[in-house]
Design a protein around this ligand. Sequence first.
Ligand code: ADP
Length: 351
Amino acid sequence: MNILVINSGSSSIKYKLFRMSHRKILAEGKIEHIGEEGSVVPDHYAGLKLILNKINSVDAVGHRVVHGAERFKKPVLVDASVIRKIKQCCSIAPLHNPANLAGILACNRLLKGVKQVAVFDTAFHQTIPDYAYIYGLPYELYTRLRIRKYGFHGTSHEYVAHETARILKTRLDKLKIITCHLGNGCSITAVDKGKSVDTSMGFTPLEGLVMGTRCGDVDPALITHIMKKKKLDIARMDNLLNKESGLKGISGISNDMRTLEEKSRAGNKRARLALEIFVYRIRKYIGAYTAVMSGCDALVFTGGIGENQRDIRQRIAKNIFKHLRKKPKILVIPTNEELMIARQTYQLING
Ligand code: ADP
């Protein structure tokens, strides 16, 4: 069975065609600059057409969808009602869901009769208990506007948690795992017996760790204070928090961890500070999640930084479990969100 995995973003579509269940990759690639001025690809429909010209025999499609809110707790077969619900989630994920939906709608038109599955970044975190996902805000904001922690990178956290169990030859339901997805976006999850029980990202992917250009946790009173002081409107404030902060904002140099390590080694003080803050925040969360789960059997690193930057991993892990009698295993596991989506699509279709 050939499963096409589609990750449809605002101006790009990434794809991978898997032969299941052998994990064999038959084709992969990326269509970029969709809808941009001067581009030969005016929309997602045209982008998908280009992809389908390059590949054949697609038996099913698995789509990455960023936000499933509380409506989707696991992958689902796409039908008219699912499309309607994904549309309804667009208001809380305006940057991602419309693009994901465009990919689904293009497949609907171009691959008539081929089953499509939606796999949600938020679904894995739907097991987080209410005392961890409700904010200290008026409760009506939750009941009326569904304001709560959702968490993201769920497919990646779930994939590496499964891999951890496989590598340690232990059943997942016997393990307490802390998974650190450290890329441009960074998040950390407490996985207890295979279920997400807390995660650092929140209502949006802005909360939690310090990231490439996102600030992570800050005092919420700062938002209005900065807006007043710097006379910023909502769009500019949003840009400051999402695009001008994090490693880039602190260092004033770059959001790229490789550049910052280089500059830090060369003696640049702000690059060094940015790295210290990055590492410190992660250590704080690891401590918190070890307490949340009353222990930790494995600490797992994944994502561009987690997989490739040994110095950062060592700084994060240094003496961190000194007080624990049984020391957790520390693992580096390359993430594979596409394979996870292909697997979940395959499982859903084949019961
Ligand atoms: P994204 O969240 O955009 O998928 P990645 O997971 O590719 O991001 O991670 C990007 C970060 O990983 C950057 O800070 C980059 O410096 C760092 N990094 C370190 N080594 C590598 C590598 N070999 N390949 C890609 N990114 C790397």
